[in-house]
Write a protein that binds this ligand. Structure first.
Ligand code: WT7
Length: 657
């Protein structure tokens, strides 16, 4: 169903402010701001009502919310099963409805479609496989899989038996996977032989083998992605490695979902913070699912006849919430794609959207900037008239990119929903809603109904209009918000509740009020980079570089990039007597790829004599950051070695002051 009604353009001179068309308002679940005011009056009641609608509870909760700062719980005593809510409950009405359409990267390979019943069967079977392998409620399962249907199947199978999954991005290295497996002590790993990426067969199993050496790992299940003769060499270790298809052959389809208390962990997802060690963010069951369900439904105004495509990889939170749990809990049809957007050419995503009549499309600004660069000729070749709503996520979107998306993908018909959130928040938290608006380029929008955002200055006071401060959330905390950091309560307290006390969730993002209700996000205020929308910490990349025997120390900072938003730049100090060389630079870049993965590779390596440091020896990355963009450098008096600044200016070709 397309909505061709003209857009209302309000106050075009000041800035474009779009409002929903009458048709959009009519179709939308909510079209008036009274949604926000009602929710604000009693957020606990709002979320309680929403949780009743969103979830089929096996047992109703006895208390809606409880806080023991900095911990909090939602729906206490309530029991549910996520896979039941994503599958079983849809069978009666939507058993034959397509739940998931998978598109392979090679054009010659046919798409695979799963109905709700089909998906249910696979999930039941695999949950029994897991049971047979000894996986029990609360056990951790490491998932290292690309965008193939089995990924969602195994996630849902874990949820079915109450096991906690931890998905690791398949483009991360095996070394990086192992770090996470070690931390969460996964009993079973699930991976595959390999997958197609830019026409190259990636051997994932060989990377998974690195992590399989972790002490906790008993079994490794290997999905066979390549049909027929495999383009990669897979070595199966006897007694440890098992083929998925062989295990599935004899598995029973009869599997009772295990109900768990609402505050039980559903999954862990490791994310980068300010130190080198990734944090295992804990998401609970009932709160997370309520937010996943409701944000999918309201942000994208998702109805039964929609086809939803979130392009995020399931290795990130966006993939968890919007390419798995959100759409499936709603009984929607979703699309997933294995490969790269430029295979065989830059029209591929539009070809897929056209082929499957996608109506809601959700992607990252980096991807749109790339499409914009490649030109409008690509989307023009395809029929995108089924699109109703466009979304973006992961990094700030600049005005030109917003406009291009709106004009050439949405054909000025589709609102662009700029969603701000984090791995930690589980679901979106700041964005406009399609039936309410306004949709303003560079302005994410309004805090989600029933949540309480504030923007504070250094002293904890609310900022005035136009001033930048820190984005925080106040009690009652969003139901999807993290419940802890795996095996590290101190990290949880310090990172999220250390800034303004344990009743204020600190996001580590800068923000300002655009008007009374709408928020503009200005970006991270800590040492976290967003590279092509991917989250990466400076310390993580530095640790990889300093693991090289010839390196003494290093500093990695982000530099703005036209397409990728930010790219990492490395400053490296070599051991005395070691000569810098291009070859060594390349070696370090390769090392980062090996230890972390290709997304983290530095775009430039500067070999330097020293780094700016405080008297206590802490590297002052902000000097390097400012130098790279010719920004004012600020006070040097706190430095132990202020003379290094002039030297570094020359090295990077700093132009100002
Ligand atoms: C960081 C979180 C949310 C899922 C994907 C990213 C930045 C995210 C936006 C946006 C400006 C954004 C923030 C945030 N960010 N969305 N719409 N506008 N910045 O999750 O990898 O945990 O990264 O991404 O800086 O803190 P993540």
């Amino acid at each position: 169903m397309t909505d061709k009604t003209k857009w209302v353009v309000k106050d075009p001179k000041r800035k474009k402010v779009f409002l929903p068309s009458p048709a959009m308002k009519k179709r939308a679940y909510f079209s008036s701001t009274s949604l926000y005011t009602t929710a604000a009056k009693n957020p606990k009641k709002f979320w309680g009502d929403m949780a009743k609608e969103a979830i089929d509870w096996k047992q109703k909760w006895n208390k809606v919310y409880e806080e023991k700062p900095p911990y909090f719980k939602w729906f206490l005593g309530g029991k549910l099963n996520v896979s039941y809510n994503c599958l079983d409950r849809h069978l009666e009405k939507r058993g034959n409805k397509v739940a998931m359409i998978w598109e392979a990267e090679p054009l010659g390979e046919r798409e695979r479609k799963y109905t709700y019943r089909g998906l249910y069967r696979e999930v039941c079977k695999f949950s029994n496989v897991l049971r047979k392998l000894g996986v029990r409620k609360g056990d951790r399962v490491g998932i290292y899989l690309p965008m193939i249907p089995e990924t969602m199947i195994v996630m849902l199978a874990c949820a079915r038996i109450g096991a906690i999954h931890s998905v690791v991005f398949s483009a991360f290295s095996g070394v990086n996977f192992k770090k996470r497996v070690d931390d969460c002590e996964a009993k079973v790993l699930i991976t595959c032989d390999g997958y197609w990426r830019r026409n190259k067969a990636i051997n994932l199993k060989s990377q998974a083998d690195i992590a399989a050496k972790a002490k906790s790992v008993k079994k490794v299940v290997v999905v066979k992605r390549f049909e027929g003769k495999s383009p990669v060499k897979v070595v199966m270790k006897k007694g440890r490695d098992l083929w998925y298809h062989e295990l599935m052959e004899n598995a029973s389809e009869d599997s009772k979902p295990v109900p768990v208390e609402s505050n039980t962990p559903l999954f862990l997802l490791y994310t980068s913070g300010t130190t080198g060690k990734p944090k295992g963010v804990i998401h609970d069951t009932g709160g997370y699912l309520t937010q996943a369900y409701l944000t999918t439904k309201l942000d994208f105004d998702l109805h039964d006849d929609d086809v939803f495509w979130c392009t995020a990889d399931v290795g990130w939170i966006t993939g968890h919430t919007y390419a798995c749990y959100g759409p499936l809990s709603l009984g929607a049809t979703m699309v997933i794609y294995e490969g790269s957007p430029d295979m065989p050419d830059w029209g591929r995503l539009w070809a897929i959207a056209d082929k499957f009549d996608v109506s809601v499309f959700y992607t990252a600004p980096t991807a749109i900037r790339m499409f914009k660069k490649m030109g409008k000729k690509w989307p023009k070749r395809y029929d995108l008239s089924t699109l109703r709503i466009l979304g973006t996520v992961g990094e700030p979107i600049d005005k030109e990119t917003w406009d291009w998306y709106f004009d050439y993908i949405g054909h000025k018909r589709c609102p662009v929903i700029d969603t701000w959130w984090q791995t930690e928040t589980g679901g979106t938290l700041v964005n406009a809603l399609p039936g309410i608006g306004p949709f303003i380029p560079t302005v994410a929008g309004r805090p989600f109904p029933g949540t309480r955002a504030a923007i504070l200055d250094d002293k904890g006071q609310p900022v005035k209009k136009g001033e930048t401060g820190y984005l925080v959330f106040k009690s009652p905390f969003p139901p999807g918000l993290l419940r802890g950091v795996w095996k590290n309560p101190k990290k949880y307290k310090d990172t999220y509740w250390g800034e303004y006390g344990n009743r204020t969730y600190f996001t580590a993002d800068g923000a300002k009020w655009y008007d009374k209700h709408n928020i503009r996000i200005t970006g991270r205020v800590d040492d976290v980079m967003k590279v092509a929308g991917h989250r990466l910490s400076s310390a993580e990349v530095e640790d990889a570089i300093t693991s090289h025997p010839l390196v003494i120390e290093s500093a990695v900072v982000p530099k703005p990039d036209e397409i990728r938003g930010q790219v990492p730049i490395a400053f490296v100090v070599l051991r005395p007597g070691i000569k810098e060389s291009e070859a060594l630079g390349i070696e370090l870049v390769k090392l980062v790829r090996k230890v972390i993965g290709p997304t983290a590779k530095p775009h430039k390596v500067y070999f330097v004599e020293g780094l700016p440091k405080t008297r206590s020896g802490k590297i002052m990355r902000r000097f390097l950051r400012s130098m790279l963009v010719n920004e004012k450098l600020g006070d040097k008096t706190t430095l132990q070695n202020p003379q290094i600044v002039d030297y570094l200016k020359k090295v990077v070709g700093y132009k100002k002051k």
